[in-house]
Design a protein around this ligand. Structure first.
Ligand code: UDP
Ligand code: MG
Length: 325
């Protein structure tokens, strides 16, 4: 039997948290009763600098139930960093950790299969969605386009897998060695290696509250994923540049011939169009290069990825409440 930590990042989730906690507590109790998880297993709720009552709720649940632990980050650091904070806390306490969202979109009943595969020797188990019917058509098609594009760029990510995954302690130890500030866990985890498995589940609609991933955040998350794992866009734009240069040489030849043949002057439209087109292309390419330079800038600064403000936990040996600040 193993100590399992369910790591749940929460950002302004007061609307859904009561439901989530009761569902997870119920599930964990059943896993413990079935002998699949040790009594020292915990639900670790990571408050990612929420501005609503999320942390008060977490503290309340912790006081009521020893199975609930809480980790409060000093500031909103984003989903990926909050997840990392939780996983790194779990790493020192658990045999394996399962990360999942706070909105109950990930089917908790799939946990049995995660633990079965872990017991069978897998160090990493990916939760993969069967279908995406609960997502809007827009989210579904953009997400699928993103996976395809990532594969095209040669990045190894698991199709239709979000952040519902199990990692063993040694996989978490390996993850702790990745020092990058620009975190894209879905891309990093497959590079760790070890024996891996997949669990298929149906993803539901958010139980309550609103999505914390508006279009703006979705786009920056996708750009983050691409620029963190592939320099191919840089190669593509240089190839593109070569192509344009060849085309411009041909254009030059044409201009020269028409001048010599005596039918020049005309062609103002062509000149103006090409100036605008090339200007646009150049700015776009500089933008891509800039995105990479920006990342180097962030990596070089190597600021902490998260700062823990408080930890609420009751360990087996503590018996009574032992909140540490
Ligand atoms: N989240 C977070 N920090 C943020 C944004 C989101 O910890 O800055 C958490 C959020 O509370 C949820 C998970 O990340 O548990 C996924 O967010 P959400 O369900 O809103 O995204 P969606 O499923 O709509 O893509
Ligand atoms: Mg969600």
């Amino acid at each position: 039997m193993s100590t399992v930590y369910l790591v749940v990042p929460c950002y302004n989730e007061e609307a859904v948290l009561p439901q989530t906690v009761s569902c997870l507590v119920d599930k964990l109790n059943r896993l413990i009763a079935a002998g699949k998880a040790e009594k020292s297993s915990r639900i670790l709720l990571v408050d990612d600098g929420s501005t609503d009552r999320t942390w008060e709720l977490i503290a309340g649940y912790h006081a009521e139930n020893p199975l609930v632990s809480g980790l409060k980050l000093a500031h909103n650091q984003g989903h990926q960093n909050a997840l990392l904070a939780g996983l790194m806390a779990a790493r020192e306490r658990a045999d394996c950790a399962v990360s999942m969202d706070a909105d109950l979109q990930d089917d908790v009943e799939a946990l049995d299969q995660f633990l079965d595969q872990f017991a069978g020797g897998c160090d990493i188990v990916y939760g993969v969605r069967n279908k995406r019917e609960t997502d809007s058509l827009f989210k579904r098609s953009t997400a699928q386009g993103f996976y395809k594009f990532m594969h095209l760029l040669g990045v190894d990510i698991v199709y239709n897998h979000a952040d519902y995954r199990l990692m063993s302690r040694r996989a978490l130890d390996a993850l702790s060695q990745y020092k990058e500030v620009n975190l894209f866990l879905r891309g990093i985890v497959p590079t760790i290696g070890f024996q891996t498995g997949c669990v298929y589940y149906d993803r539901r609609e958010r139980a309550a509250g609103e999505s914390k991933y508006p279009l703006r955040k979705m786009i920056s998350f996708a750009v983050e994923g691409i620029t963190s794992f592939s320099v191919r866009p840089l190669q593509i734009i240089s190839n593109f540049g070569i192509l344009i240069s060849i085309a411009s040489v041909l254009g030059l030849l044409y201009a020269l011939i028409s001048y010599l043949a005596g039918f020049a002057v005309q062609g103002w439209t062509a000149i103006v169009c090409s100036i605008w087109l090339l200007g646009g292309i150049q700015l776009f390419c500089i933008g891509i290069v800039g995105a990479y330079i920006g990342k180097i800038y962030n990596e070089v600064k190597a600021r902490p990825r998260y700062i823990v403000e408080a930890l609420l936990e009751r360990r087996e040996q503590d018996g009574l409440a032992a909140g540490s600040k």
